[in-house]
Write a protein that binds this ligand. Structure first.
Ligand SMILES: NC(=O)c1ccc[n+]([C@@H]2O[C@H](COP(=O)([O-])OP(=O)(O)OC[C@H]3O[C@@H](n4cnc5c(N)ncnc54)[C@H](OP(=O)(O)O)[C@@H]3O)[C@@H](O)[C@H]2O)c1
Length: 245
């Protein structure tokens, strides 16, 4: 019997992360998840034991213990994929962009904790298990890391840009360990993270004039975690309907 593959997916309670967890499970993988809340009751794997840890990845003290909290769930398994997906995009009271001059320093710190330090700590914490599997890391960056976005705030945007740079650094550092590290940069994907005014972006800024679907992002992440992407590392792939052109 072939070995069961294992993935850790952060932020799998809804949106893109939920889609990734569902896809890997459909492929027969064991999937371990992390989010602040419990797995929602409607999730097919809500009642399973030892597949979920509740942690706030915006809290540096909690991130420091993430690897030791997850390791018992992984046991002696190799780690075939780590998807650093959990993220939150703070907005003003009416959904507007929060800018670099007025965003509270606490919010800057939380953004960097969730979007930068959590992927760093998890990836290097599980480097050996990833290496044992010749595994793959996928970091969720954003179009906001490249251009000022009407709704994504300055702290969110700069932390995603930092994550893109970290992806390149870790790809270089882990290539000799047979671990590939890539990022994807979504534009506007149909999840709860979007702001009410997104329809204007769809009309004016996206050449394909539609939102992306979670399943389209999941297809890309599945590809990057598969042997079909065996010569791709250090890449950041835009998935945005042409929004960046
Ligand atoms: N959707 C888009 O258009 C878009 C565009 C560009 C980039 N992205 C990126 O793609 C990723 C997924 O986005 P999404 O649209 O799927 O978001 P979403 O639907 O809002 O889901 C976010 C997930 O992250 C978890 N999460 C949030 N903050 C967390 C924290 N502090 N600690 C632990 N878990 C946390 C949430 O669970 P809990 O609430 O239970 O913690 C949830 O499972 C994010 O990194 C986002 O920045 C999305």
């Amino acid at each position: 019997m072939s070995e069961q593959k294992v993935a850790i997916v952060t932020g799998a309670s809804r949106g893109i992360g939920h889609g990734v967890a569902q896809r890997f499970r459909d492929l027969g993988w064991r999937v371990i998840t992390v989010s602040r809340g419990p797995v929602p009751d409607q999730c097919p794997w809500a009642s399973e034991l030892n597949t979920h840890v509740q942690l706030d990845l915006a809290d540096l003290e909690q991130i420091k213990h993430t690897v030791e909290a997850l390791r018992p769930l992984l046991g002696s398994s190799k780690l075939h994929a780590l998807v650093n997906n959990a993220g939150v995009s703070p907005k003003g009271p009416t959904g507007e962009r929060v800018n670099s001059l007025t965003t509270d320093l606490t919010v800057w710190q939380q953004m960097y904790n969730a979007n930068f330090y959590a992927p760093l700590i998890l990836t290097r914490g599980f480097a050996q298990e990833l290496s044992n599997a010749h595994g793959s890391v996928v970091n969720l960056c954003s179009i906001a890391g490249y251009r000022v976005h009407p709704f994504a705030g300055a702290a969110y945007a700069t932390s995603k840009a930092a994550l893109a740079a970290l992806t390149r650094e870790m790809a270089a550092d882990m290539a000799s360990m047979n671990v590939r590290v890539n990022a994807i940069a979504p534009g506007e994907i149909n999840t709860s993270i979007l702001s009410p005014g997104t329809s204007k972006i769809v009309d004016n800024d996206i050449p394909m004039h539609r939102l992306g679907e979670v399943s389209e992002v999941v297809d890309l992440i599945e590809f990057l975690c598969s042997p079909k992407a065996s010569y791709i590392t250090g890449a950041e792939i835009a998935i945005d309907g042409g929004q960046r052109v």
